[in-house]
Design a protein around this ligand. Structure first.
Ligand SMILES: *Cc1c(COP(=O)(O)O)cnc(C)c1O
Length: 356
């Protein structure tokens, strides 16, 4: 058992009406923290009151972005509080750390800190189906130094935020613009890491897509602007002629936990899946031949995000009449069922962390 200190809060906050707060606006009473320096390694694991943090104006993260993060969710299952695939998220954060040269953190201690934090904050896990407690672990460099180099000090924090149901008014298929000017990431770059730089690289294209009447961007590869990578900050899947096709992990695509869940569940259902390179031309061809059955994104925030329209070079492809397809709908219902305990967890995705 890791030694995790606890500092009680002087006052607890009033809990908001979760149905009215959207995403990422409210935070719970406590957070988990841990620090790194070269003498002590990772040390001082602690659960402390949620608070602002002071950093040097020369903080290396503010200038050069050496940081990684994760996003996962806790749900209520009757009297239990569960987290969906927490170890898979923490292992991905390890991988992101390797890419950003952040020193390896003690996985067991952080997992236990996460578990203890969510157990401490169990009253913040919303009860209604679709609502959840969003968990944001992150690590950032803290050297007060303007030189460009790998930092010698870091802080790891985990903060928690209750979030409303993503689809409060039912499934809403999104309009996606295929981006052939800007790129999110390239092979050999940071695309496989969950790191702020990838988000910074995506903001402007997202804004342009909005101005053109689309909700989000479909990213093509950074070299040829030909092969499909991701949609917004989600992975993307196509159902073409009965097969679920998704871009293979080539180093520039994030290895999504929801993507992996969708592929595992599809296999369990006996639906053929294929992880391979897929070009925008192949998607257009399938559309013309009437074989493009469904398109949807996958990610922790929305779980499944059906794509109703794909706009490419000024032409809109309307997918499945602009409506959510049956496979995406069934997959969404199944994964949401796993979250709330209505579907039996045959693959060990759910970890119980507290009882009410
Ligand atoms: C977080 C993220 C995803 C989705 O990953 P999940 O583990 O399914 O939440 C996909 N693409 C990018 C770029 C991401 O940052």
């Amino acid at each position: 058992m890791a030694d995790i200190k606890f500092e009680p809060a002087k006052m607890l906050k009033e809990k908001p009406d979760v149905s009215k707060i959207g995403f990422g606006t409210h935070f719970t009473d406590y957070m988990f923290a841990m620090d790194y320096n070269t003498e002590k390694g990772w040390h001082d694991a602690r659960i402390i009151p949620y608070q602002d943090i002071a950093v040097s104006p020369a903080n290396t993260t503010l200038h050069y972005g050496q940081a990684v993060f994760e996003g996962m969710k806790a749900y209520r299952q009757g009297s239990k509080v569960v987290i969906f695939r927490p170890m898979d998220h923490l292992r991905r954060m390890e991988n992101s750390c390797r890419i950003l040269d952040i020193p390896e953190f003690p996985l067991e201690t952080v997992h236990e800190g996460l578990t203890q934090l969510v157990a401490q904050e169990k009253a913040w896990v919303p009860e209604q189906k679709g609502q959840s407690l969003y968990i944001r672990p992150f690590i950032f460099a803290t050297d007060p130094f303007l030189g460009v180099s790998v930092s010698e000090t870091y802080t790891l924090l985990i903060i928690l935020s209750p979030v409303a149901a993503y689809y409060a008014h039912g499934f809403a298929p999104v309009r996606i613009m295929v981006e052939d000017t800007y790129v999110r990431a390239v092979r050999g770059g940071l695309g496989e890491a969950k790191t702020p730089a990838n988000y910074a690289a995506s903001l402007h294209a997202g804004l342009v897509a909005h101005q053109k009447g689309y909700d989000q961007t479909l990213w093509l590869d950074g070299v040829e602007r030909k092969y499909i990578e991701e949609v917004g900050s989600m992975n993307i899947l196509f159902k073409i002629d009965g097969v679920v096709v998704t871009p293979e992990l080539d180093g520039s695509i994030l290895n999504g936990v929801t993507r992996r869940t969708v592929l595992a569940v599809a296999k369990e259902w006996g639906v053929p899946v294929s992880e391979r390179r897929i070009s925008i031309d192949e998607v257009r061809e399938a559309y013309r031949n009437g074989k493009l059955e469904e398109v949807f994104g996958s990610g922790t925030a929305a779980v499944i995000s059906p794509v109703g329209v794909l706009g490419y070079k000024g032409q809109d492809m309307v997918i499945n009449g602009g409506k959510t397809g049956p496979f995406a709908r069934k997959m969404y219902d199944y994964i949401e069922g796993l979250h709330c305990g209505e579907v039996e967890d045959t693959q060990g995705f759910i970890e119980i962390v507290a009882e009410m």
